[in-house]
Structures are given as structure tokens and as C-alpha cells.
Design a protein around this ligand. Structure first.
Ligand code: AMP
Length: 398
């Protein structure tokens, strides 16, 4: 069965067409600047060069129309007709407490996603627009919702509750939810396969280090804690997000700079993280790595502070699980930056981690990067959220 995977943002839409049997990507692409001037679709059919079409895209319905045209057009299309697409899998950011696994989308599911939209006001409405646009364009094709939060729903109460008055949890569901769940789930399962062990017998820490970054503790295949919280702002220092800070900072900056809550929120999400720490040198670790090596103080400060936070979380999750068998690095930085991995792993001597520096030069492929005598296995496991979404979609629609 061919599965279309859709990841819809407010002004972008990423897609992949995946063959569920071979698990090959038949076509992948991106619609950019939806609803903004200068919109375009960029896609790569399997075995062909990248194709870019600049064309107006006033809304997501038009974007989906262009995706379908890209998949079916006579010249470069990869399917003869839409009938070849068996199901659509949608990435949904927030499933609240309602969704503990992927589900086939019906009216009730749409209503439930709408109901938790205030927990992810930037993401869930965009995800819903993507679902509705696909339903219009492909009536009768089953659609599946795969939630970023679902994998983390196994966290125990003591991990997901904040030290807030309990009534806020009861009234509004204020608690830790966690994100990147599809990635943490995929990487932990893949790590167990690589290690040749039953995941039920493993204590794993997954470090998803990309532009957004989070860590999770996966014990016996179940998430028992994760660093992102009510929103994806908590936890690690990220590309432009603060991660953990004292909440009083918000009021303090508001008063000092005469800013509104929304303005401070924008600072915390868009102007902070390694971008802010490096004095706006860059949010991209490739630039920071270059800066670090050429003696730029801001780059050094940013990367060292980022790495220290990762080390602290690994320490905390080792304690939470009563030990750790393997630490997995994934996502843009985790998969590609041996430089940043080394700085992190240098801080893990306390659990007997020993890095194989030659293996650590690996980029973007599965590799064990610890020495044989390391007390904890260190590994690079590239994530594949689209494949995980396609697998869940196929499982529910076959
Ligand atoms: P992601 O959000 O998972 O797509 O990760 C994107 C981030 O990964 C980029 O902003 C870079 O900071 C980082 N990244 C990608 N490739 C490399 C690389 N070769 N070396 C260091 N960092 C990289």
C-alpha cells in the first residue's frame, strides 16, 4: 500500500509518499510560504532530480492540490492516479491526555484534536487544516492521526505533574506532555533491534537533538520521563528556545523592558537558545561548530551550555531509571555533529561512558560510538518520523 505522510505547519506542508511493503520513499517534498508571497513546492521523485515550482498557494487546500499534481503528473509523477494512495498519515503535535496511540480520523477525533488546540495553539490548528484539505481532495481515503505526545503518555504521575496547585491540572490539564514522541519511540525500538535485545529488558536514554531538542527515559520500552513539558519550550536549550528557566524571568523582563507577555513569549521561543546565547551568531550547530573552532566566545558559550544541559538530563534520567544501558543520539545535531556529541559525552565519565573517537566521526547513519569497555553503550540512531507515521498508518488501514 502507498501511504502519503503529511506534516502540516502554519505556512508549510512537508510530505512523503512511502511504500508500506518496501518502506521506500517514492517521493518527498515541501510546500513553503503557504498564504505568503513567493510560495513554492519543492519535491524529489525517487531516482530523479529535485523539482521546484514557484506558484501562488493562498491556502492549504491549494497546497494539497499541488502535492497531488506533483504525485500524479504525467512527466514526473510517481503514481498513475490518486487511487493508488491507500491511506494518509498526519503528524499531529498535541493529543493531550486523550490520545495514547495513533487513531483513524473521524469526526470525533477531529473534535478531540480541536478540544486540545489551546495546548498547542500554533500547531494543532495547522494540523487540522491539513487533515481537512486532504479530506476534501481525497474523499474516502482513510486518514490516521499520529501524535507527538502519544508515546509519552506512559509517564507516571510523579514525572508528569508540576509542583503547581493540583486544581490547575484538574481544570486545564496543565502537566508535562512531552513532544517528539514519534521519534523517541522509533529510535528506542530501533536501538533495541541494533543491540539485539528485547526492549523490555533495556533502560534507554534518547537524545533528540535538532533545532527543537528533547531527551526521554525509556524503560522496558515505555517512556517514563521526558524533558519537554506542557509545550515544546521546556527542557534542553534549543536552536532558539530557552528550555528550562525560572518562570519569574518572564515578569522580570516584562518590567525591565516594558514588554507584553506575548513579546516575552516570542523572546523565549524565537530569540533564545544557542542563537541567543551566541549573541545571535546562529541557531545552526554547523555555524556554531565553525565559530567554536575559530575561537568565537559566543559559539563556545552556546555549545558548552547546551551540552551541559544534556549531561544534566542524562544524569537525572539515569537516576530515574536506576541505571542506563544505552544512550542514543538522533536528529540533525545528534546524528551529524560528532563535535557536539563529544562535548556531551566528555561529561558522562560518571557513568563510565567511553567514546570511540573514530566511530564518533559518523554522520547520519546507525553506529555504536562507544568503546567495547564502556559501561554504557553510546549510539547514533538516525530518526525517521515519516516512516514511523507510515507504519502506524498502514497498521490501522491495511
Ligand atoms: P532537525 O531539527 O532535526 O532537522 O535539525 C536541524 C539542525 O541540525 C540544524 O539547525 C543544525 O543545527 C543541525 N545540523 C544538521 N546537520 C549538521 C551537521 N552536519 N553538523 C552539525 N549540525 C548539523
Amino acid at each position: 500500500m502507498k501511504i502519503l505522510v503529511i506534516n502540516c505547519g502554519s505556512s508549510s506542508l512537508k510530505f512523503q509518499l512511502i511504500d508500506s511493503e518496501s518502506e521506500q520513499v517514492i517521493c518527498k517534498g515541501l510546500c513553503e510560504r503557504i498564504g505568503i508571497d513567493g510560495s513554492r513546492i519543492v519535491y524529489t521523485p525517487e531516482g530523479k532530480d529535485k523539482i521546484t515550482v514557484e506558484t501562488p498557494m493562498p491556502d492549504h487546500n491549494k497546497a494539497i492540490e499541488l502535492v497531488i499534481e506533483a504525485l500524479t503528473n504525467k512527466e514526473n509523477g510517481v503514481v498513475a492516479s490518486l487511487d493508488e494512495i491507500g491511506a494518509v498519515g498526519h503528524r499531529i503535535v498535541h493529543g493531550g491526555e486523550k490520545f495514547t496511540e495513533s487513531v483513524v480520523i473521524n469526526d470525533e477525533v477531529i473534535k478531540a484534536i480541536e478540544d486540545v488546540s489551546d495546548l498547542a495553539p500554533l500547531h494543532n490548528p495547522a494540523n487540522l487544516i491539513g487533515i481537512k484539505a486532504c479530506m476534501n481532495a481525497m474523499p474516502g481515503v482513510p486518514m490516521v492521526a499520529v501524535f507527538d505526545t502519544a508515546f509519552h503518555q506512559t509517564m507516571p504521575e510523579n514525572a508528569y505533574l508540576y509542583g503547581l496547585h493540583y486544581s490547575y491540572y484538574e481544570k486545564y490539564g496543565i502537566r508535562r506532555y512531552g513532544f517528539h514522541g514519534t521519534s523517541h519511540s522509533y529510535v528506542s525500538k530501533r536501538a533495541a533491534e541494533i543491540l539485539g535485545k528485547d526492549i523490555k529488558d533495556l533502560k534507554l536514554i534518547v537524545c533528540h537533538l535538532g533545532n527543537g531538542a528533547s531527551v526521554s527515559a525509556v524503560k522496558g520500552g515505555k517512556c517514563i520521563d521526558t524533558s519537554m513539558g506542557l509545550t515544546p519550550l521546556e527542557g534542553l536549550i534549543m536552536g532558539t528556545r530557552t528550555g528550562d528557566i525560572d518562570p519569574s524571568v518572564v515578569e522580570f523582563i516584562m518590567k525591565k523592558e516594558n514588554l507584553s507577555v506575548a513579546e516575552v513569549n516570542n523572546i523565549l521561543n524565537k530569540k533564545s537558545g544557542v542563537f541567543g546565547l551566541s549573541n545571535e551568531l546562529s541557531s545552526d550547530f554547523r555555524d556554531l561548530e565553525d565559530g567554536y573552532l575559530s575561537g568565537n566566545e559566543g559559539a563556545k558559550r552556546a555549545v558548552d551550555t547546551f551540552a551541559y544541559r544534556v549531561v544534566k538530563y542524562i544524569g537525572a534520567y539515569t537516576a530515574a531509571m536506576g541505571g542506563v544501558d544505552a544512550i542514543c543520539f538522533t536528529a540533525g545535531v545528534g546524528e551529524n555533529s560528532g563535535f557536539t556529541r563529544k562535548i556531551i559525552i566528555d561529561g558522562l565519565g560518571f557513568i563510565g561512558a567511553s567514546l570511540n573517537e573514530e566511530a564518533n566521526t559518523v554522520r547520519g547513519k546507525e553506529e555504536i560510538i562507544s568503546n567495547p569497555d564502556s559501561k554504557v553503550t553510546l549510539m547514533v540512531v538516525p530518526t525517521n518520523e515519516e516512516l514511523a507515521i507510515a507504519r502506524d498508518t498502514y497498521a490501522l488501514c491495511k
